[in-house]
Every structure is written in C-alpha cells, then in structure tokens.
Write a protein that binds this ligand. Structure first.
Ligand code: MIG
Length: 688
C-alpha cells in the first residue's frame, strides 16, 4: 500500500506517474518537525534495523553510519568522506525494525539523510524547504515495497539490445584514425566489441550537436563504415551551450529565451569546456522540446545512442564570481601575502568550481513562474535527459535509442540510464560499483554500470580483468578512462586471449542478461538484488555486501582484492558453482549452503546457479548481431524441476507487451527439457 502526504506547496517534479489521494495528517513512523524554513523527519532505529536505498551514493548497501546529501554534484572523488555524488535518489527502505516500510521524499532541492551519523540509532532527514510530497509504502517484503514504488514512478528505460554488448570509451579519441585503431585492436584479436564512445573532442570546439569537420570530414560516411563492422558510435552531449555568435543552437536559444537567466533578466553565464556557456532551461517545457529536437542532427547522420554529461550541472566557474575574483585578486597583488591573505587568495580561486552559492544566481522559467535554481537543483540532469527521451519518442517512435546520463533524479529512469561517473582505477571502487547496483535498481535505474577499469588514475591489467568480470553482469558494460591516464583498452595488455575469452562470456550470457533485464523493466523488479532481499529468513544474508543476485537464476561473487587467488563466498542455499574461463571453458561443482573459500585465479570468474533455476548460455560472438539465441545450452541444477521464463524480442522495436516475447522452459531431474514459445529452439541440456 502506498500513501501520499503533502507538505506546503511542493514543486511538481513528475517523478511519480500515479495520482494518489493526499492523506490527512503527518507521515507515520516519523516525528515531523516543521518550521518556516525546513522540514525534518526523525526516526529511531532499532539496533538490528537496516536502511537500504539512496541510489547512487558512497558506502555500503546498508546505508547506516553516514550522512548523505541530495545535491547533485560533479564529484570525481568517490571517497568515503563524500556526501553527494551526481544524483539525488530520495528513496529508503527500512527493514528489521518494528515495521518494514519504504519512503520517498519527492523534493527537488537539497536534502540531508543523517543515517546514524550524529547518533548511531537516529535517522534524521532534513529538507531545506517545508514543501514536499512524501510517499510511504508498506508491503509483504522489501521486494514487494520496491515493486510498488517502481510502479508508482513508472516503467524503467529500455535500451536497444546492442547496448548490452561490450563497449569501449576513452576521453581522448580525437579523430577517425583513433577510433579505427581501437576497433581494429579489438576486431583483429577477435575481442567482442559493440560500440565506441565519442567524448568531447569530436565536437567543434565543444559545441553541442556539432561535429569537427577536420577530424571527421565525412561523418555520416564514417558512421556507416563503423556500422558495417557492427560498431555503434555514441557521442557525448554536454549541458552547457557555447556562447558564440553564429552558432545556431546558441542563437536560437537566445532568440527564443530558452536559456537560464539571472534575477535581472540577463542570461546566466557559466564557464565549462567551451569557455562561456548558457544552460538550456530544461525545466521550461518549450525549451526542453527545443533542446531535445537538437539531437536530430546526429540521428540524421546515423547515430543511435548518446550520453549526457556535466548535467548536475557542472560549473567550472560562474562568470560573475570570476569577475569578482579577479577584482579581489588584483587587490591582493602587491600585498605581502601572509598566512591569512594567502589563504584568502587560494580560497578565492578554489571556490570557483561548483560553488553551490551559484545555484542561487540563476532561474528557470516553469510555466511562466521564475524558479530559483537551488530549489530545483536536482532536476537538471533529469530534465536534460528527459528532453532527449521525449524527443526520441517524437523523432524515432519505432526504434529504441540508447541514452544515459551522469546526473539523475527519480523520474529520469523512464528516459535513460546512468553511468556512475568518474570513479578511479582503485580496487575499492570495484567493490563500490557492486554495492551501488542494487540501490540504483531500487529507484528504477536498471541500465547502468561503472567505468570498467576506473576512469581516473592508472589501471593495471589485473584490475581491468577483475573489473571486466564484475561488469560482465551490468547492463551497461563499458570500459572508459580519462585523458592522461594509462591506456586500458584490453587488447593493450599481455593476456589478450584471456580477455577475449572473458568478454566473449558476456555474449554467451547475452540471452540471459537481456531476458532478465527486460523482465525487470516490464515487471518493475530489480535486476541486481542484495542477498537479504531474497533470502529474507537468512540471518546472515544482510551481512553479505560483496555478492549479488543477478536476475532470477544467478548469484555472483566477484573477486575485488588485488593478488587474491579466490575469495570467501556465502551460500544461503545449496547452489551449483561455475568457474568460467571462457564460454565453453568452465568447471562446475555443487556447493552446500554456508561459508566457503573458493579459488578463482585471475582469469577465472565465479557464477552460481540457484537450484531449480536455469541459465541459458550461447556460444557468444564478436557482436550482438552474431549471437545465435536459438542454439543454446541450458544449464540447470535440478532438485525438483527447474523452470525459466525467457523473454526475447527483436531488440530494436517497442513491441514489449507481445505475449510471443515469452518462452517457457522446464527441465526435469532426468534432463528432459520442454520449451514452449514462439521460436524454434535447439536446446542442449547440461545438468549441473
Ligand atoms: O570534466 O568529457 O564524467 O566520463 O570523459 C570532465 C570528458 C568531463 C566527465 C565525464 C567523463 C568524460 C569527461 N567529462
């Protein structure tokens, strides 16, 4: 059951798609403190109570023991002491206390979640204004609560099937030649590859929706050349529009008044990649439609996917602050800089980037009303991506377009996925990647993944290998790195054959991963689940924060420590373990419930098949087009009777509700397999 409570006069974020009656009185469970300036929700946590949720964030699956702040930030240091990353996902589920419930604070300004930070047993949520819609959910289980919430916020974004292939990116691919070389590096060694990302350098001086003519002299032709090799090019789009006379996007935006303005009516000027920019006012419906239509320029040249960056929005500097800073620095110029004045000097320069005070300096035009940005800050990335998503519905109604964003708010999950931003080539970020996945699924973000190998800092071959083994299961599987760091395309390392075999497993698993993704999206379910959400009676399950369930049949336990030759694994029930080196190179073992130490050499990855569930596995391929899902192996550990619901479609269109998309498979103890579905299948049963 979901109940809605309204405080003050909340901004309509469109996070939610169902219209609910507003309940009288205060939300249950919490002590509510209302003042003129803010709203506070207080709750006493039981010792054993767990707090799940908050989507994209630092720390564990259980969020207890830190303070988190919803304030979308360009934060490249995903460290334990940070309070905000790129997103705001204000949804929590409390479990293991007096009552189990979920709560969503639909408020687009700054919120803090003190989850046992100030006092171990106190949860205190503070909204910086007294206006919000709050939804409280109760149900039979965590999964039931999450499902109700997901139905409330609407169906998750569905990408084209090719977006489940292996993708390569790096900030620094400058031109056609660079991209051709990377494609060749993969294709020559038969390492599967689906797409190449185009980072900011493809543009003409960082101008959105332009292509640099010198670097890509005949772009549509180049797109074709890549497509002939089954490679999709995915260009980046940045939030800021370059201020430049003669640039059509700039001139149109000015003419129509579609950029964010200051209180005095002048356009707000920020500095980002292109130098001075204006921000498209994506909270203004008309401006949103206009900005979304701009993607057409690239669609027309054969592009089928995009990533939206810098949309917190990231501000290197606000021009007004920069001007003041220069004046103040000029005053300091001839002084003898003592400790205080020197600190003043560094403080001036150091506080230019992403200064939250600048959020108070610009406004959005929402249905004719001027809204100060800080009050709706967390909606920018969401609405930039919504602009694209809504445009794709108009411009490409029949065909799915790949779309994911850096910044997000709940609601954006209907228009695109996210990647988790600028992580680092650190082993603990591999673990952080794992822990973020289920929390993101709770808030509807299913198409997601982290930069494999880490974005910042130098990667090592073993880190990239282990990370690839985890990312094998994330819907977005993309290796990406920052300019200036060590190159980490897998063919550059020593063990190319091992990488080839490992990445090919992704293609072997494609049928399963796609089927599980689609069922999760269509049924409002989680694709990645913590063990405790499924094994609800298992006392130990909630202690496990380094294993996940993937879809209905599998559990994963990746190795995330350097030089480890294996790891401890907890099995809540008896399972079949597969130790994969390649799609047809693996050994199997049945392991009883309980704790185990399991070996897994650098080129081996562990996958566990749950009893009476089925894993469909193909031979893989070098791209998704090559994967033959009609000739499969069905791996099952049958105790009574194994069952699988297999979703398939053409991977491009939107005929999701067609009952023909579902096949059903059962396998008996003796290996007898029955498949009913609309497709002709050749199934080879492998009993585990
Ligand atoms: O300020 O476009 O998170 O993936 O490579 C850095 C360059 C801007 C940040 C993104 C990253 C991307 C980079 N961008």
């Amino acid at each position: 059951m979901i109940t809605k409570y309204t405080y003050g006069n909340p901004f309509q974020t469109d996070a939610v798609v169902q219209k609910l009656e507003v309940q009288n009185g205060d939300v249950p469970y919490f002590t509510v403190v209302k003042t003129e300036e803010q709203l506070q929700f207080e709750y006493t946590l039981e010792n054993e109570e767990k707090v799940y949720g908050l989507g994209e964030n630092v720390r564990g699956i259980n969020k207890r023991g830190w303070i988190y702040k919803s304030c979308c930030a360009d934060e490249p240091n995903h460290l334990e002491d940070r309070t905000s990353l790129y997103a705001s996902h204000n949804f929590l589920v409390l479990d293991g206390g007096k009552e189990q419930f979920g709560v969503f604070f639909d408020y687009p300004g700054i919120i803090t979640f003190d989850v046992g930070y100030t006092h171990l047993n106190e949860l205190k949520i503070t909204l910086s204004e007294p206006d919000a819609d709050v939804y409280v959910m109760t149900g039979e289980s965590i999964l039931d609560i999450v499902k109700q919430f997901r139905q409330l916020i609407g169906r998750s974004y569905i990408p084209p099937k090719w977006a489940f292939g292996y993708q390569q990116s790096r900030w620094g691919y400058m031109n056609e030649a660079d991209i051709r070389e990377v494609v060749k590096g993969h294709r020559e060694k038969k390492i599967p590859l689906e797409s190449i990302y185009m980072d900011i350098d493809y543009m003409e001086r960082f101008k959105d929706f332009t292509v640099n003519q010198e670097r890509f002299p005949d772009f549509p032709e180049f797109v074709k050349e890549m497509k002939a090799q089954h490679i999709h090019l995915v260009p980046i789009i940045d939030a800021g529009v370059k201020v430049e006379e003669g640039y059509d996007v700039y001139e149109e935006g000015i003419e129509k008044g579609y950029f964010c303005k200051k209180e005095n009516g002048e356009y707000f000027v920020a500095g980002v990649w292109p130098g001075k920019v204006h921000f498209p006012d994506v909270l203004n419906k008309e401006a949103r439609e206009w900005f979304g239509n701009k993607y057409q320029v690239l669609l027309d040249q054969g592009i089928e996917g995009f990533w939206n960056d810098m949309n917190e929005p990231s501000i290197f500097f606000a021009q007004d602050r920069m001007d003041e800073t220069f004046d103040k620095i000029a005053e300091l110029k001839d002084k003898n800089l003592d400790l205080d004045t020197f600190q003043q000097f560094t403080g001036l320069v150091g506080s230019l980037a992403n200064n939250t005070d600048d959020f108070k300096k610009f406004y959005h035009n929402v249905d004719g009303k001027m809204m100060r940005h800080d009050k709706v800050h967390n909606l920018f990335g969401y609405n930039m991506t919504r602009a694209a998503g809504e445009a794709f519905e108009r411009l490409s109604p029949e065909k799915r377009i790949l779309m994911f964003s850096r910044s997000s708010y709940i609601g954006m999950h209907r228009y695109g996925g996210i990647w988790t931003g600028d992580n680092k080539s650190w082993w603990n970020h591999l673990l952080l990647n794992l822990r973020m996945m289920p929390s993101l699924n709770m808030v509807g973000i299913l198409y997601t993944g982290a930069d494999i190998g880490g974005f910042g800092a130098d990667a090592t071959e073993d880190l990239v290998m282990r990370w690839t083994q985890l990312a094998m299961f994330s819907p977005l599987m993309r290796n990406h790195s920052a300019m200036g760091t060590r190159e980490q395309e897998v063919y550059r390392f020593d063990h190319v054959e091992e990488f080839r075999k490992i990445i090919n497993i992704r293609y072997g698993l494609l049928a399963y991963i796609y089927s599980e993704y689609m069922k999760s999206a269509l049924n409002s379910e989680m694709y990645f689940k913590p063990l405790s959400f499924v094994y609800t009676d298992d006392e130990f399950a909630s202690q496990v924060e380094d294993q996940l369930l993937v879809g209905d049949s599998l559990m994963i336990a990746p190795v995330y420590n350097q030089n480890a030759k294996g790891r401890y694994v907890y099995l809540p029930e008896e399972m079949a373990m597969l130790r994969f080196r390649g799609v047809d190179d693996y050994d199997t073992e049945i392991l009883p419930a309980g704790h185990h130490y399991v070996g897994a050499g650098l080129f081996e990855m562990l996958v566990f098949v749950r009893p009476d569930k089925i894993l469909v596995l193909t031979d893989g391929g070098e791209c998704t087009d090559e994967v033959d899902c009609d000739h499969v192996k069905a791996l099952a550990f049958v105790k009574t009777k194994a069952e699988y619901v297999w979703y398939e479609d053409d991977g491009m269109g939107k005929d999701y509700e067609n009952p023909d998309n579902y096949g059903r498979m059962t396998i008996e103890k003796d290996g007898n397999c029955v498949y009913t579905g609309s497709r002709e299948k050749k199934i080879e049963v492998k009993l585990l």
